[in-house]
Design a protein around this ligand. Structure first.
Ligand code: ATP
Ligand code: MG
Length: 409
């Protein structure tokens, strides 16, 4: 901890631990950060577990410091925000699964309960932050040994049927860390594939979003394909080399905020319009993203129109203006025709930003009356601007006058 965590963060954690002690509670660092500390990888997402009331502790800490508190009383969890860092505090919990795939029933528990409910041994370690055994590793499931052997291992044989999202999570860690599934875990994973049907669309989508935050999500997607996970989620989903190549291109091009949407679009690129509806429903994809994904497939079927040697910029603009930009980007990445690719790219980089210099107000001053005629005129000016027939405001004024005078005559 001393080596890998920034000093202010460490002091903060020690302060929280002191306050926990005053409440008679023990505090632990748990989960991913413990794994990454042992691996020597940077991770400042600190998850803390307290044997006691996490919300009460967080409130106490917030009262005596600069921290901003967000409490979730119902879940016994709280977030403390200090400048750029956030700490997650949770009450140690015990979970029981009434039926496969359901959300577990949660009751307060001990650290031991909290560790056994976790997905894999490498994520089920804790470090004590209490004064009497500060820094000691709590490793009840041989997580450290598995880290050394580079293995992903579940904690009990029912793990994947309790919660089949762990199948997706496991593959994510396998690929991110370059680990392997331990033999029994690999067998149970294969046997557990049908349990994916018990998982709600929201939860599967959430895991895909998690995967799309990876540095190289294509590795995960490819492996999910290989293991038969993708086919179980959507019959038309594929994780082949094509996807891998396109994901890689997407990453070089796209601002990170839109990258996850672009990955979703590329994932469904080969779908028919029917396949896509099924997939959107299965994953309960929100309206905004659904629109982008539908547009992707709709535009793909219209691409042949763009496969012509000499389209005018205005033709390209009016063909593409109704589609979502991310859908156009997905098509630019995936289109086979170099011509179509260039047209799509031209639209994204330039054409969509082209505006006339004259607006409706100024046209009125030139004597054009408001209404359909004005709309028509603006469109003609816009096309002329797109096609380079007018450049300056004066050019536009001349064109507008000649056209409206032409009409009057
Ligand atoms: P990452 O680096 O991907 O964030 P993480 O280990 O921090 O890895 P999170 O998704 O942030 O993963 O979850 C935090 C911890 O919660 C995990 O380390 C794991 O112990 C536990 N966890 C999360 N999801 C599950 C699950 N479906 N079943 C059991 N435990 C889970
Ligand atoms: Mg995390």
């Amino acid at each position: 901890m001393e080596q890998h965590l920034p000093q202010p963060l460490l002091e903060l954690v020690q302060d929280i631990s002191g306050q926990a002690a005053e409440l008679g509670q023990r505090l632990y660092l748990v989960g991913g950060v413990v794994r990454d500390l042992l691996l020597g990888y940077p991770n400042f997402d600190l998850d803390l577990v307290v044997e006691g009331d996490a919300v009460k502790l967080a409130q106490k800490v917030a009262e005596t410091s600069q921290a901003k508190l967000i409490a979730h009383h119902r879940f016994g969890t709280a977030k403390l925000r200090y400048g750029n860092s956030t700490l997650d505090l949770a009450t140690a919990r015990k979970e029981t699964y009434a039926r496969p795939g359901a959300l577990p029933a949660v009751t307060p528990g001990t650290l031991k309960d909290d560790l056994i409910r976790r997905d894999f041994s490498i994520n089920a370690m804790a470090i004590s932050l209490s004064a009497n055994d500060y820094g000691e590793l709590v490793d009840l499931h041989q997580g450290r040994r598995d880290l050394e052997h580079r293995l992903i291992r579940i904690l009990h044989p029912r793990s994947f049927s309790d919660d089949a999202t762990r199948i997706l999570r496991g593959v994510c860690y396998e690929q991110r860390l370059g680990f392997q599934f331990e033999a029994q875990t690999a067998r149970l994973l294969k046997r557990g594939l049908p349990m994916l049907d018990t998982i709600s669309g929201d939860r599967i989508r959430h895991e895909l979003e998690h995967i799309f935050e990876e540095n190289q999500p294509e590795l995960v997607v490819r492996r999910l394909g290989e293991l038969g996970v993708l086919a179980r989620i959507g019959p038309s989903l594929k994780g082949d080399g094509w996807i891998a190549e396109k994901f890689d291109t997407a990453r070089r091009l796209k601002k990170s905020t839109q990258l996850p949407s672009l990955y979703f679009c590329l994932l469904v690129y080969s779908f028919s319009e029917n396949d896509i509806e099924q997939f959107l429903a299965r994953l309960n994809i929100p309206a905004r993203l659904s629109r982008v994904m539908r547009d992707t497939v709709r535009l793909k079927t219209s691409l042949p129109i763009l496969d012509k040697p000499s389209l005018k910029p205005s033709d390209i603009y009016y063909l593409l203006r109704g589609y979502e930009p991310v859908a156009i980007q997905a098509n630019a990445i995936a289109a086979e025709s170099p011509k179509a690719h260039d047209y799509l790219q031209l639209f994204l980089a330039k054409l969509r930003y082209v505006r006339t210099a004259l607006n409706g107000e100024e046209l009125k001053k030139l004597g054009v009356s408001a209404g359909p005629q004005m709309g028509k005129l603006l469109e003609v000016l816009h096309k002329a601007k797109l096609d380079g027939q007018v450049r300056t405001k004066a050019d536009e004024r001349r064109l507008a006058l000649s056209l409206s005078l032409g009409k009057e005559r």
